[in-house]
Design a protein around this ligand. Structure first.
Ligand code: C5P
Length: 236
């Protein structure tokens, strides 16, 4: 498959068309953004680490029966994926309280959430990705009730696969964000799963090993992502 034209440039990835209208190339850049793109920095090796990490996780999810857009790794920084019609709503599951949940509800950071919570956010930088509910999504035509139910089912199915995977590697999967799209009428997991879009803490020390290191200016961002990849055995 041949890479053709740039279709869309996001904050950390660029999407290219290919000679097949059903497939796209996702290129992971070193750009790292926070606060809805207000702060952007280049972090050497991050694109490569996230590309390989994302491929590894998507393969694990596919093996567990979760439909993903991943086709194959094509280079250090890029992979080939199915072209989805993306649904503009992000799904977040939380196993421990952190981030916006702590700010919104005033609960204690690190509190275990049983059962885990499920939230929806509208993908809209200008509005700072506001939290929305199913009723909003249905009324404004972002997704149908059936699609939302399937997105929720798959988001929790991902938790069932990844929580034990990270646990066995000495990490807590605190929370994560997923995006879905439609491919031939079916809901498919799209975008990426990487330390840019989830929270991972060391199980013993609760050291942050994810993008909060960048958001909070803690340093050692890519080194932490590489540590996560090393613990999971992601081939680099
Ligand atoms: O900021 P908040 O606590 O709501 O984030 C929950 C999870 O979703 C975190 O793992 C964060 O990295 C991820 N997220 C994301 N992209 C966004 C918003 C949140 O990947 N636009």
């Amino acid at each position: 498959m041949e890479k053709r034209n740039e279709l869309y440039r996001g904050k950390a990835k660029t999407v290219f068309t290919t000679d097949d209208p059903n497939y796209l190339v996702l290129e992971f850049r070193d750009d790292t953004s926070a606060f809805d793109g207000e702060r952007i920095e280049q972090l050497a090796r991050k694109g490569m680490v996230n590309n390989k990490f994302n491929h590894f996780i998507m393969e694990k999810l596919a093996a567990a029966g979760i439909p993903t857009q991943m086709e194959k790794l094509i280079s250090d920084n890029a992979c080939l994926v199915k072209k989805l019609d993306m649904i503009p709503v992000e799904c977040v599951v939380r196993n421990f309280a952190a981030g916006s949940l702590v700010r919104r509800l005033g609960v204690e950071e690190g509190q275990s959430l049983v059962p885990p919570t499920f939230e929806l956010f509208l993908k809209n930088d200008a509005l700072h990705d506001p939290m929305v509910n199913e009723s909003h999504a249905i009324t404004f035509g972002w997704a149908t009730a059936e699609q939302l139910a399937e997105m929720k089912r798959l988001t929790f199915a991902v938790n069932d696969v990844l929580k034990p995977l990270f646990d066995q590697a000495g990490m807590l999967l605190v929370d994560y964000k997923l995006e879905f799209g439609l491919f031939q009428g079916e809901i498919i997991l799209g975008d990426e799963f990487s330390p840019d879009g989830c929270r991972l803490w060391d199980k013993e020390t609760r050291t942050k090993l994810d993008k909060d290191r960048f958001r909070q200016g803690l340093g050692g961002v890519v080194e932490a992502y590489e540590e996560v990849a090393r613990r999971l055995g992601v081939p680099m």
